[in-house]
Design a protein around this ligand. Structure first.
Ligand SMILES: Cc1cc2nc3c(=O)[nH]c(=O)nc-3n(C[C@H](O)[C@H](O)[C@H](O)COP(=O)(O)O)c2cc1C
Length: 367
């Protein structure tokens, strides 16, 4: 906390917001993770401090001082995003300095408190598997040999975001293989874990925050041989699809992706949602929003590489109309949200859409 000298000018820190909640006015200092209930006189005094004011020897000023919300310098920030991003970024930073001198005892204490915590929440486990209830469809048995034609390095070097697809079909076998390698349950328990230790969830080929597998995959089949156009949920543990929406959605996919219209020529798209209920079961603090995004990022890269390995072209986006996509996927409001989409198809492999190439060519000619 800053030491305040009376009768000197001080400013209100910028890392706060005000929230009206259940008849109370709450001052939330999101860097220190402290919340205070404000009275109207507190509020008026804080407004004074927002442009700089002298700290006086009054009960009100002493309370404000003790709350640690004043600084001895006026705000001069290099931050260029808006306050919402500031709240998210600083509000999800770790508020405490590191514990120096990690001894064996501290390491043991950490492990013990972690296992005690896991035990304490074990009676509230969210369902591991999301089953939406639609008609289930068996998928072809995965053909893992089909990923052997290129080495890992060749796949890494070849992966490139494509924005020029030709709309041609992809086989259901290819889609099924991709779903399995990126999202399927790999059923490979860690042999070093003693049998009496209860584990939660399942494993995929990508790492997952807390081992929760909070990411759910949805297939939008646009042109997949042997699979009617529509939206399906992939049952990761059973390697099956379940129907979410039969038939094409009301608009082409590009319309939902903020008019990135080259997406209409994809053969399929996989939307990844996060089941928030899993995340906030194990990680009640908002910092968990970060690993939630990273979880999807890891799966996306795995999928991008697997698509490339099959000599198909990938394209991805996080830019879409969230509510409309959530509605198409029939996500339970508040509990599950779409985060990212990875699509694939055949095409030229160009990173420029046909429209961009046309535009660049004509402006080149004009010059
Ligand atoms: C999180 C994320 C979001 C992205 N969103 C879009 C997008 O909305 N539209 C798009 O055309 N490309 C998107 N991309 C693809 C990037 O533009 C692309 O990866 C980048 O230009 C580098 O090209 P490369 O993937 O071929 O290496 C996204 C990539 C990432 C990782």
């Amino acid at each position: 906390m800053t030491t305040i000298t009376l009768d000197k000018q001080h400013w209100l820190n910028t890392s706060h917001f005000l929230k009206i909640h259940e008849g109370k006015l709450i001052f939330w200092d999101y860097k220190s993770h402290c919340q205070f209930e404000l009275s109207v006189p507190h509020l008026l005094r804080l407004i004074d401090f927002s442009t700089g004011s002298t700290v006086r020897d009054t009960i009100l000023d002493r309370e404000i001082n003790q709350a640690g919300v004043l600084t001895d310098h006026s705000a001069n920030s290099a931050w260029k995003w808006d306050w919402l991003a500031h709240i998210f970024h600083y509000g999800t930073c770790h508020p405490l300095p590191p514990a120096i001198g990690l001894t064996d005892q501290i390491a043991f204490d950490y492990t013990k408190s972690y296992t005690d915590f896991c035990e304490s929440i074990s009676d509230r486990e969210p369902e591991v598997e999301l089953i939406k209830g639609g008609l289930q469809i068996n998928l072809p048995k995965p053909d893992l040999e089909s990923f052997h034609s290129l080495s890992l390095w060749e796949v890494l070097a070849k992966r490139r975001t494509c924005r020029d697809f030709d709309g041609s079909a992809i086989s259901l076998t290819d889609v099924s293989d991709l779903l399995f390698v990126a999202f399927g349950d790999q059923r490979a328990p860690d042999p070093t874990i003693p049998p009496n230790v209860k584990t939660y969830g399942f494993r995929r080929t990508s790492p997952s925050a807390g081992g929760l597998q909070c990411t759910e995959p949805y297939l939008w089949a646009i042109n997949v041989e042997g699979l009617p156009t529509g939206i399906y949920h992939y049952l990761s543990r059973q390697h099956k699809l379940e129907i979410v929406t039969e038939g094409p959605p009301p608009h082409p996919i590009g319309t939902y992706l903020c008019n990135q219209q080259w997406a209409n020529d994809l053969a399929f798209a996989i939307f990844m949602t996060c089941r928030m209920e899993k995340m906030w079961w194990k990680y009640p603090h908002s910092r968990a929003y970060r690993p939630m995004l990273m979880d999807v990022g890891h799966l996306s890269q795995t999928l991008n590489l697997c698509i490339t390995s099959k000599h198909l072209h990938p394209w991805m986006t996080g830019y879409f109309h969230d509510s409309e996509i959530a509605e198409l996927l029939q996500c339970t409001p508040e509990l599950e949200h779409p985060i990212l989409m990875v699509g694939a198809g055949h095409g030229s492999g160009s990173s420029l859409s046909r429209e961009s190439r046309e535009l660049f060519t004509s402006s080149f000619v004009e010059r």
